[in-house]
Design a protein around this ligand. Structure first.
Ligand code: 5GP
Length: 183
């Protein structure tokens, strides 16, 4: 069973995912691999940071459930099975979510959106992305949101963190209840 949080970079997926996992211990947060450099101050646990050769070798070996190139870097979800009985929570981009939908039609996919693209730009700047990077990422973000709207079961606007976390938890609880009843 897979739950996906997708949406543009900088929308707050990581923060929301961290809070949701605290509220729903049945969830097991997947740690992706990336070829991106760690950001200053970013936790070493945020990703498994690897070089391109290591990533592509793992991809060739079928190590990933899905992987995508995003803004010049590679990101992939390891197939590694979660704790027995747990539900895998993926925090990935919208194209990755589309792949998961194809592989697992009953997955729950939730798209997070910023209140506006301007707010998203401010959040990116706050976390230290350079301005050129931000302009490019805002263009990518608009695309991401189109794909997410197409693939997601629910779209939630991340305006207020506690409210967003409540909404995401509620959607996951409803989905878990439906799945447990075998619907
Ligand atoms: P960032 O560089 O900001 O951490 O991540 C860039 C984008 O890649 C974000 O939208 C993030 O959710 C996405 N991402 C992170 N891990 C994965 C993954 O394993 N697969 C895919 N498809 N996207 C990922």
């Amino acid at each position: 069973m897979i739950v996906v949080l997708c949406g543009p970079g900088g929308v707050g997926k990581g923060t929301v995912a961290g809070e949701v996992v605290k509220r729903l211990p049945v969830l097991s947060l997947s740690r992706s691999w990336t070829t991106r450099e760690a950001r200053p101050g970013e936790s070493v646990d945020a990703y498994t940071f690897v070089n391109r050769e290591q990533f592509l070798a793992a991809a060739r070996d079928g190590f990933f459930l899905e992987w995508e190139e995003f803004n010049g870097n590679l990101y992939g979800t390891p197939r590694a099975s979660p704790r027995p009985g747990s539900v895998l929570l993926l925090e990935i981009d919208a194209k990755g979510a589309r792949t998961v939908r194809r592989l697992s039609p009953t997955a729950l996919i939730i798209g997070l959106e910023p209140p506006s693209l301007a707010t998203l730009g401010e959040r990116m700047a706050q976390r230290g992305d350079d301005t050129r990077h931000i302009e490019r990422r805002l263009a990518i973000a608009a695309d991401e949101m189109r794909v997410a709207r197409d693939v997601a079961d629910w779209i939630i606007v991340n305006n207020d963190l506690p409210e967003t976390v409540d909404s995401v938890v509620e959607r996951i609880e409803d989905w878990l209840a439906t799945r447990t009843r075998g619907e």
